[in-house]
Design a protein around this ligand. Structure first.
Ligand code: GLN
Length: 446
């Protein structure tokens, strides 16, 4: 069914970088044979799933949408991919993204532009734009994305699907090609909150291969979908409905709050006073980490190697000059500068301190409230090409999602209305490791 739908719509949406129908059919066939023999099949048994192309898959090309990894065939599976195999899902293919997950529109892919299924002239969001578009277009039922500063939630909002960034440490990062290791998390993108809970359940848990994965219980997430939000305390940060947020977005959030109020929840306005520093903090820290993480792509170890070099230094230089796109180079330069001696204290260290203040903002609010609610993005999906010349306007898109990564808390985007035929997303943010409450609220609202 997935491949039938892909044959019908993929030439318009262009969500996939790699499709391996032969391999998917073999997996499906093996599951089919097993099905007749075994009655106790799991909830995700046989489900078609797409995987963002920065999550390594053994024997299935993994490019991070970068020319530098164009022909990279991993020799192992990421932990989440192993877990999907245990849950007996069928991997359909690898999904387009911004190069190395840097971007908000999929326009930074080294290979192709994915289109928003709701309006083909609009971007699907990013960086997990392929993952959100493939689910929205019905090409797969589930997908995995990664979120460093909003890359699951923002495309989910733009494509009208459900996307969750789990608590930092909930899901193993082993086999996720690192962008900013202290912010990156893998998470599920689905059509419904219930599907999302099942998929998170399947990929969560402590992993000896990732020392930042957390040794905490994985609750039965689907069990929290009771529909009951009576007495629940919701905080609405005034900074999230202020300047730059479009009228339609603001209205959709107020409408959502009315629905939740009708179900017995109460809401109050609060302040996250350091929100205005989040964008600058994020771009300093994430670029610093990226400049170190991307040092490994040198033409020796993986993927592309320049043919234009007669000594080792030129090999490094030309491989990287020819292999990386403009946005990736911009971030590597910014990060290298922020970490260089003489500037470290002024930029990197300062940003780390502000990060702590942002985290404390969230902790203060969560002393009194169960969840924080606001928009996922300031506007609906913009036009392809509209922001590409102006990195700052592009960066501002993530202003409402970035603080969540800096604080390490979980956040979801659920569809909450339309503006001119384009979907809008409601963001629900929870306490550390309290995805269950986020799901409960999202499901009651859905
Ligand atoms: N759009 C943001 C960036 O460009 C977030 C990316 C992400 O979450 N991977 O860095």
């Amino acid at each position: 069914e997935s491949y039938k739908r892909i044959a019908d719509v993929e030439n318009k949406v262009q969500a996939f970088l790699t499709l391996d129908e032969e391999r998917a059919r073999q997996t499906a066939k093996a599951l089919d044979d097993k099905f007749s023999a075994d009655a106790a099949n799991g909830l995700l048994f046989g489900m078609p799933i797409g995987v963002k192309d920065n999550i390594v898959t053994k024997g299935l090309r993994t490019t991070c949408a970068s020319k530098i990894l164009e022909n990279f065939d991993p020799i192992y599976d990421a932990t989440v991919v192993q877990k999907l195999a245990q849950a007996e899902t069928v991997t359909i293919g690898k999904l387009n993204m911004d190069e190395f997950a840097m971007g908000s529109s999929n326009e930074n892919s080294g290979f192709q532009k994915t289109h928003n299924p709701w309006n083909l002239e609009r971007v699907p969001g990013g960086s997990s734009g392929g993952s959100a578009a493939a689910v929205a277009a019905g090409e797969v039922l589930f997908s995995l994305g990664s979120d460093t500063g909003g890359s699951i939630r923002q495309p989910a909002a733009f494509c009208g699907v459900v996307g969750l960034k789990p608590t930092y440490g909930r899901v193993s990062r082993f086999g996720l090609v690192a962008f900013a290791s202290s912010l990156d998390q893998i998470g599920p993108i689905t059509r419904t909150v219930e599907d999302n809970a099942y998929l998170l359940q399947a990929i969560s848990g402590l992993d000896p291969m990732d020392s930042t994965s957390a040794n905490v219980d994985v609750p039965n997430f689907a069990g929290s979908l009771t529909g009951d939000v009576k007495g629940l305390k919701i905080a609405v940060p005034k900074e999230y409905l202020g300047e730059g947020v479009s009228e339609s977005v603001r209205q959709s959030v107020l409408d959502a709050l009315k629905v939740l109020e009708g179900l017995g929840a109460v809401w109050e306005e609060v302040s996250l006073p350091h929100s205005k520093y989040a964008l600058a903090t994020y771009y300093l820290l994430s670029s610093s980490e990226a400049s170190a993480n991307l040092a490994r792509f040198d033409g020796v170890r993986y993927g592309y190697r320049t043919p234009n070099a007669d000594n080792l230094l030129d090999l490094y230089k030309n491989t990287r000059a020819e292999g990386f796109g403009d946005e990736v180079k911009r971030r590597i330069m910014l990060g290298t500068f922020a970490l260089s001696s003489g500037y470290y204290d002024a930029y990197y260290k300062k940003a780390q301190k502000v990060r702590t203040l942002i985290k404390q903002d969230f902790e203060n609010v969560f002393e009194k409230y169960d969840v924080i609610v606001g928009p996922t993005t300031p506007t609906p999906a913009f036009k392809i090409g509209e922001n590409i010349e102006d990195p700052m306007t592009m960066y501002v898109n993530d202003i409402l999602t970035i603080p969540v990564n800096l604080a390490g808390v979980p956040g979801i985007s659920v569809p909450c209305g339309f503006d001119g035929g384009l979907p809008l997303g409601l963001q629900i943010i929870g306490k550390h490791f309290d995805e269950a409450t986020i799901y409960r609220v999202a499901h009651a609202f859905e």
